[in-house]
Design a protein around this ligand. Sequence first.
Ligand code: PSU
Ligand code: MN
Length: 305
Amino acid sequence: MHQYLLFSPEVAAARTAGKPIVALESTIISHGMPYPQNVTMAQEVEHVIRAAGAVPATIAIIEGKICIGLVAEQLELLATSPDAMKVSRRDLPYVLSQGRLGATTVAATMICAQLAGIHVFVTGGIGGVHRGAETSFDISSDLQELARTNVAVVCAGVKSILDIGLTLEYLETHGVPVISVGQPAFPAFFTRDSGFKADFQLDSALEQAAFIQTKWQLGLNGGIVISNPVPEAFAMQKDEIDSITEQALREARDGGVAGKLVTPFLLARIKTLTEGRSLMTNIALVKHNAQVGAELAVAMRDLPG
Ligand code: PSU
Ligand code: MN
């Protein structure tokens, strides 16, 4: 086992028993949602995964270890620590060697999941190519990670704070397949249709698992995006979210927000500007993704070969 990994008792037992395990990120807890909704969301998502027959492994960096699976106090710690670092690929050696508290992004969670032998990871939205990236160069390292690390990422697409078209182009260039579930459209996080199509629609966990297994059996390294639209009842109005997104983007530009602060800034502004309604949508879609991810992990465990 890798020297930096520390498994929670629940995840350690799951590994011994050969149970399917689903990775979860922690930036969504520390930098993506306010307290106490963040910790409630984290607990509910773990519950959905257990109920579907898999074992949740929320990942974070605590006291020099990559923790795979968090106990209740550790979830609470991440949810309440303003000094938790947002950790992406670049930041992992720093936060580990300094013994700091770190919340892992999609990119860092993929790296840690792969180290831990976990192939399915559930989140809300992945990072992508930011609007205006042609001058800012702001492209999330989540996309590079998807290009190289063998983890399937279940998400609700990408937020329209990003340039969704360019994000999909980038993924295509790097050979990252984008699967959709239940519809041909690639979802836009708060809404079900981004106006772009996913590459392939695969509705059942069995088909998704077979696709993933085939990719890796071919030696085609890298991740897979499994995009699952927010349930209809929780989707937001496109016009409303578009105008709020524009306002948040303007504020970020005017305020000179840059680097790793951009995404958390935009997420927080959208939450405030929608008076918390976006938060309900956000929580609902992560739980829905947890269901799809757990079923996928079960199907992958049961595949022959
Ligand atoms: N998008 C969301 N919610 C999130 C994030 C992105 O809708 O919580 C978080 C994820 O952890 C993602 C990270 O990996 O932001 C991307 O940050 P950046 O754009 O700085 O790479
Ligand atoms: Mn960025």
